[in-house]
Design a protein around this ligand. Structure first.
Ligand SMILES: Cc1cc2nc3c(=O)[nH]c(=O)nc-3n(C[C@H](O)[C@H](O)[C@H](O)COP(=O)(O)OP(=O)(O)OC[C@H]3O[C@@H](n4cnc5c(N)ncnc54)[C@H](O)[C@@H]3O)c2cc1C
Length: 370
């Protein structure tokens, strides 16, 4: 195939994965990012390659394909920091355990390699977990480091000699070329829009048809803990939220605490490579006036983590919120679409962008025969 010029708008994990994949296929890439460093969802997330919770079918396929590609990429770019350590979903009462048992019996449980564990078996994987009556083990879950993964991917692309990365370049118009806010025109055979939840370059008709919706999450990071947590851990509130737990037993879960109900709060803990913990999260669609974290939710998440982990004191190092774009029309978990102006939109990847980005990138380029 002849070499093509690809301009990628957006320096998040989607834009960067498209750039890496386009370079791998022999094309020349210019990537444009509006900030000095990407600071949106792709650096605010858990870095969890989350297979366990995905809906069966297309979502699971994308997640598994993303995992395979992350493993391949991590062999060439160490800064991705991939650890294939797995995850536990911990139950604190019989009703939660019933949901986990039903999830472990799903038709696709074998593909996910899910297994129901006793408390002692769970503690062999994550020593010291407290107040649990059992857990679901998801060994295919993995962790990457959001703080360094994008740079590692860019370095990989740059090693080809066919990649340029321009920061502080906001693209204001895109069709056959991308025009930045300085008035520079970046000519291309294909412009790819990977701008996350920034909608300026997404046609209104697409926003309306796909019902593109911004979802906001709040997160915390602790100082390193001892003993270190070896795997990612979710608690029973995850059962209310993730599609994999949509089993009849879910209807018998006890009523959630008010903050869980109000903000869809759910504890997920992901250990960083240096022993810190990333804790979250909440899930609210475009809440008005949600400029910062909700204190009740932070307190709830910290209390739950304190009950579950053997660590006696969790010291918070920083807090932040983040948002991602998802499509609420139910047509597909991601939006890969050619616009009338000829650009390729790759966006609205929801809560699985970090998991599936390398697979989404490959699918996007396949869709235009590149
Ligand atoms: C708190 C939180 C936790 C999450 N945890 C996980 C997780 O553990 N696992 C998982 O799989 N997913 C997770 N996600 C989802 C995942 O982070 C997102 O799906 C993914 O990062 C989206 O990537 P993106 O590249 O589409 O968007 P973004 O990361 O938002 O990147 C878009 C980039 O485009 C740039 N840009 C925008 N407009 C322009 C323009 N006009 N010109 C130039 N540049 C522009 C922006 O500055 C930005 O850097 C989480 C999300 C959040 C918010």
């Amino acid at each position: 195939m002849a070499l093509k010029r690809v301009v990628v708008v957006g320096g998040g994990v989607i834009g960067t994965s498209v750039a890496v994949e386009a370079v791998r296929r022999g094309h020349a890439v210019v990537q444009l990012e509006r900030d000095a460093e990407p600071r949106a969802a792709s650096v605010r997330n858990f870095g969890l390659i989350w297979i366990c919770g995905r809906a069966g079918g297309r979502e699971l396929e994308l997640a598994l394909a993303g995992r395979r590609r992350w493993i391949e990429l991590a062999g060439r770019a160490r800064g991705i920091g991939l650890r294939t350590v797995g995850a536990l979903v911990a139950a604190r009462n019989g009703a939660e355990l019933d949901v986990l048992a039903a999830a472990a019996e799903r038709q696709d449980a074998a593909e996910r390699q899910l297994a129901l564990l006793t408390p002692d078996q769970a503690r062999r994987i994550a020593p010291g977990l407290e107040k649990i009556v059992g857990a679901l083990h998801s060994p295919l879950d993995a962790i990457v480091e959001p703080a360094s993964a994008l740079r590692a991917l860019r370095d990989l692309a740059a090693s080809s000699g066919r990649y340029r990365y321009l920061v502080e370049h906001t693209v204001v118009a895109a069709d056959g070329a991308a025009v930045d806010h300085r008035g520079n025109r970046h000519d291309a055979d294909l412009v790819v829009i990977g701008t996350g939840d920034f909608l300026e370059l997404v046609p209104d008709a697409v926003v309306e048809r796909a019902r593109l919706t911004r979802r906001r999450l709040q997160m915390l990071e602790t100082e390193p803990v001892a003993p270190a947590l070896p795997v990612a851990v979710a608690d029973g509130d995850a059962l209310r939220y993730y599609p994999v737990f949509d089993v009849p037993e879910r209807n018998s879960l006890p009523l959630p605490e008010p903050v869980v109900e109000r903000l869809q709060a759910q504890l997920l803990i992901v250990p960083r490579a240096d022993g810190r913990l990333t804790l979250g999260d909440t899930h609210v669609d475009d809440p008005a006036a949600a400029l910062g974290s909700d204190e009740q939710a932070d307190n709830y998440l910290l209390r739950r983590a304190g009950e579950l982990l053997p660590t006696r004191q969790l010291r918070v190092r920083r807090r932040w919120t983040g948002s991602y774009l998802r499509r609420a029309d139910g047509a597909d978990p991601v939006l890969i679409e050619r616009t009338p102006a000829g650009t390729l939109l790759v966006t609205a990847v929801g809560g699985m962008g970090m998991t599936a980005a390398p697979a989404i990138a490959a699918e996007a380029l396949d869709s235009v025969g590149l």
